[in-house]
Design a protein around this ligand. Sequence first.
Ligand SMILES: Cc1cc2nc3c(=O)[nH]c(=O)nc-3n(C[C@H](O)[C@H](O)[C@H](O)COP(=O)(O)O)c2cc1C
Length: 226
Amino acid sequence: MNIPEAKLIPYRSPRYPETEARARGREFFDEMSSRRSVRLFSDEAVPRDLIELAIRTAATAPSGANRQPWRFVAVSDPETRRRIRVAAEEEERQSYEGGRMPPDWLEALRPLGTWWQKPFLEVAPWLVVVFEERHGVNADGSVRKNYYVRESVGIACGLFIAALHHIGLATLTHTPSPMGFLSEILGRPKNEAPYVLFPIGYPAAGCRVPDIAKKTLDEIAIWNPA
Ligand SMILES: Cc1cc2nc3c(=O)[nH]c(=O)nc-3n(C[C@H](O)[C@H](O)[C@H](O)COP(=O)(O)O)c2cc1C
């Protein structure tokens, strides 16, 4: 088989002297270490262009075969946010109180103090719902396959969270389960599935977060296994 020909363009990645590289890495690490998931938001307005910047940053992510299988549906309209809250709380109530979540899951969530009520869905000025595009649709209606959809969308969401934090906005990675109601309320086509819901805004005055810690480097990194 012949190696296919691609159109290539010159690329120079940024290169820093080692000391500067270390300082930059440290600074970014410190910045990202100050990020926390927020569940208590202020209703203070956030300009749309800040959300746009975070979406554009997310969309720089790598993706399987460069298919970019993500859609970011941004909602500030209060009535739509209210509908999302009502539907999410109905699902979450069944999960938490209706026996849909197994006891070990409820136990794992205990340190976070989460419950089925989700007032932040109406209080935070923006909701961004990320949809994964399971497959594309060609102009003639035929299916265009996407590759590594979940991995690609997950990476884009990571960049989205980092961008929001860098901008100075707070968010929560929220996955009301099941999430099918989001397709209906937001009118998305059948080839897209809801992936995650991000309420976005500023933390409420006096906002507190669970007292939890990240694993140490020794717990998560393995170097040159023999
Ligand atoms: C895929 C995923 C789904 C999550 N779903 C929820 C959720 O539905 N509700 C919630 O309150 N937190 C949710 N979280 C947030 C986690 O509880 C939180 O990231 C974790 O406790 C670590 O806290 P931190 O984000 O402040 O570092 C989710 C996080 C991830 C990555």
